[in-house]
Design a protein around this ligand. Sequence first.
Ligand SMILES: Cc1ncc(COP(=O)(O)O)c(C=O)c1O
Length: 409
Amino acid sequence: MPLDTAAIRRQFPFLAPRVDGQTIVYLDSAATAQKPSCVIDALTEAMKTSTGGVRRGMHPLSERATTLYESARQEVARFIGAQPQEIIFTKNATESINLVARSYAASVLREGDVIVLTLLEHHSNIVPWLQLSEEKGIAIRWIDIDDAGRLRMDEMEEALSDPRTKLLAVTGQSNVLGVRPDLATVLPMAKSHGVRTLVDAAQRIVHTPVDVRALDCDFLAFSGHKLFGPDGIGVLYGRGELLRDMPPFLGGGSMIRTVDRAHFLPEDPPYRFEAGTPPAAEAHALAAAIRWLTALPLQDREAHAHTLLSHAIERLRRVKGLHLLGPGTADEQCGLISFTLNGVHPHDLTDLLGQRGICLRAGHHCAQPLHDRLGITASTRLSVGLYNTIEEIDTCVHAIEEIQQAFQQ
Ligand SMILES: Cc1ncc(COP(=O)(O)O)c(C=O)c1O
């Protein structure tokens, strides 16, 4: 059954008529998703009724905040097939990946070890490894893509079978090309060579079910804000047996058992990795976002994204001088398409679209190594969400054509 887009749109306050009369066409959900009312309500309700120190105080408000926070952990665990104690709340996917680099990798990897990355990665899954590489003499080995953006599996196999390789950090879905590496092949391949795995699921988790037990990955990171949840909350899944031996990432309150003048004894996971006052209202709102999303049948969500993207690809393909990046099919690309346009810089294009209320993203999208590989410095990205319609795609493509014509005069 097709998604009832009209009913979905009514749940998103950003689509309500604006005072200035401008209509917003939001095609930038891959950067951050808009929030449905139930998520906004969950956030404000938690702040109104349950503000109190999580796991600190003995009073009712503190107990309520703790209940919200720990229930959210259970909800997130169910969502990705993990145990609650394997769920660490962080600030975002970036912090989750940094946690693995600073805690797991910094304590286990040695000089001369190799970390495998792919050219599809977002800077959040590159820079923490470059930092570690500089500090500890760990080598980074890059897996290339073909011209359409598919991972070179021959290179992957070779890199994973190198006995020096200790960790693979791979995206679940490229934020520029929308392609999804074949994790069902890559992760078992890594495991068979004793290589630990981290999946950057920041984009993938919005469109594709993620089950950490089925994937059999060691770590998996994502952000709340792309998943229709609030800013300021992210998730790191870590395999229980690995978390148990990992040192703390940040130090402070909440992550210790005891402290004296000379020593501290850290808490068990996941608390060991959650220093400071935790984001209870945000966790509660993230759980509301997950409930909202999963209440919509998966196949309807997938069909909606596929229909929108097929339409966008077909319309964009007809724009003269527009070059699509990636395979150029909605079967292989998920939720987004990036492109360049002859004679119009992506920043000019998105600026002029923005003046018409049409929101797209321009630049290197925090994926400079990928843009280098594609031989460009910047591109424009159109990404869809559950609230988008075919008419919005048409409005956007029509505006692109008009802007292009204006540049040609
Ligand atoms: C694939 C991917 N990984 C990681 C990130 C980082 O997410 P955040 O900025 O929420 O930490 C993003 C954000 O765009 C992304 O697209």
